[in-house]
Design a binder for this molecule. Sequence first.
Ligand code: ADP
Ligand code: MG
Length: 648
Amino acid sequence: MGRIRILSDHIANKIAAGEVVERPASVVKELLENSLDAGATDILILVEAGGRRLIRIADDGHGMLRDDALLAFERHATSKLSDANDLLAIATLGFRGEALPSIASVSRLLLETRSPDEESGTRVEIAGGRILSCEDLARTPGTTITIRDLFYNVPARKKFLRSEQTELAHIASLVTHYSLAHPTKGFALQHGEHDLLHVAPVETLEERVYQVFGNQILQDLVDIGVHERDVSIPAPYVPEEEAGEPSTRTFRLRGFISGPQVQKLNRNSIYLFVNGRLIRDKVLMHALTAGYHNLIPPASYPFALLFLDCDPEEVDVNVHPAKTEVRFRHSGTVHDFVRDAIRGILTERRPVAGISAVPVVSDEQPGAQLPYSEFSQRMENAAYSQPPPSELPVMQTGLPEFTLHRPLASPAPRFAFQDSEPTPAGSGGGGLRLPVPDTHGRVLPESALVESPTLEALKDLRPLGQLHDSFIIAAGRDGLWLVDQHVAHERILFEQVMRQRGRAPETQALLMPIVLQLSAAQQIEYARIAEELNAMGFETEPFGHRTIAVKAAPAGVSAGDIEKVLFEVLEIAEKEFRKASLEDMRRGIAASIACRAAIKINMRLDQRKMEWLLQELAKTEHPMSCPHGRPIALRYTMREILRSFHRM
Ligand code: ADP
Ligand code: MG
């Protein structure tokens, strides 16, 4: 007797469920896609307890015929593919016929559906993959699927679910994504009694962006219009004499992107769709980042909502069971097309930021023209969250550059004179030893050309004045500096708070305790972080039902700001700290305190204050970016100044 046995469908479904159904949001995704595939125009999603207790999706799509309603729960039953050739050009969101049987195998599922072609509808009840009942049902055309008690029969999986809030956040983000991809459909998402999203069908993407994100974000965005690129594709594997005309494929890109003034700390505001399908894709992500290369700091991300449409044959969506990854047949073409389109838009609408208006004598191509081949090779070695080395700005300190059109990684800078001798970076005060005579024959001091900014230079910055009562202008030995006074002070205070933590921090007692009313969620967060808050200089204690009394606060946080700081900390705690380490939580609290206590912009500073600020900044460990990741200082290097004046 052999040892190999064929698995029963029951077990196979449970295994597939492990791949397709990771968490409540994956269920929502599959059901939502089915509703869209069924041509629905209105989709209502109701969840309870973050989707663990209940997920219900009701649509007004074409429903299912009686026979199909049962068949849909058979493994690999789908109405969307009929032969393997269809796999080459998938136009629907679903196609594997795996979702319904998988979901049904790990939950209690109720299907209520009716096709307009039949008089009555069908009601099917399934639990743990076993059909409990199948009956007639009176209802309007469309489909409602209710999932209760997800993973009730898979305790191991259930244990891995995150908190209700986290699961809900995943669902909300997912529904938001789909609503953006389908502006002409209406979506409603309810969590228990609460409406989380409710958007009526509209005609344009812009209207949908407005509905979802509001006017403020819309104002930061640029409509990129429609970009097209035709690519001729030779017919593969055909002898030359038999090959006909090469076929042409059109790639089309549309959507909205933010200008360089928007700098996000993570990728959460990047929404990428390929043929209407929400995807995570390294090639597209890299193309987008390359488009912004040098326009925003290396560790920051734009807001982007991009739709790439192409011939279904150009993209393989059958790479991942949850269909969130794709493989492009001509990924290099796709990459360069997207990068160039983004770059083009950003260059066209060159922002007034920085000193970019200074005429830069440059005949180099703008932007990062990292060839795709090089990129893909690097991708093999490095995680894409780490930009390839040549993508890092020329300066290593995280200082953003003034000029937008700074050539990157250009092999031989034009200013490399014959007799120049580059000194390796990091060899203190290095740089190019260039005798640079100006037109009058004078030679500039060598030190003026130090190219890699040493933080040393910070120590002897000489404040010249303030720009708009917000930015300190300072002369340094390596160029002209602009320092954002608010974020500079924020950095100083942040490090101070972190240092003092737990060691009798400087506090100010309040004459009258401030009493704060907390929501249920905030109450939970408060209990979790109270000790940490106290170590940072807050003196708080519970004060009746969902109420706390604040008796003292860190020195520097004004009485009027205490409430704001605490609520801000609770909010971050709710959103981020749950996943974060204790250390991250401390940093978050310290950053929030520092931000509130720091001098603001639009505030006049006298000479002594400016000097003090620059000196204190120079003493910090990380003087170049604020605790939230924003740049603190911009530098216009001597070299750039000289080049702009045609002096080198
Ligand atoms: P797939 O979407 O890959 O075909 P599913 O398991 O998700 O596989 O669904 C199986 C089949 O059930 C679909 O092919 C479709 O015919 C039918 N179906 C599922 N959901 C709906 C719905 N909301 N409306 C109409 N038909 C549906
Ligand atoms: Mg499906």
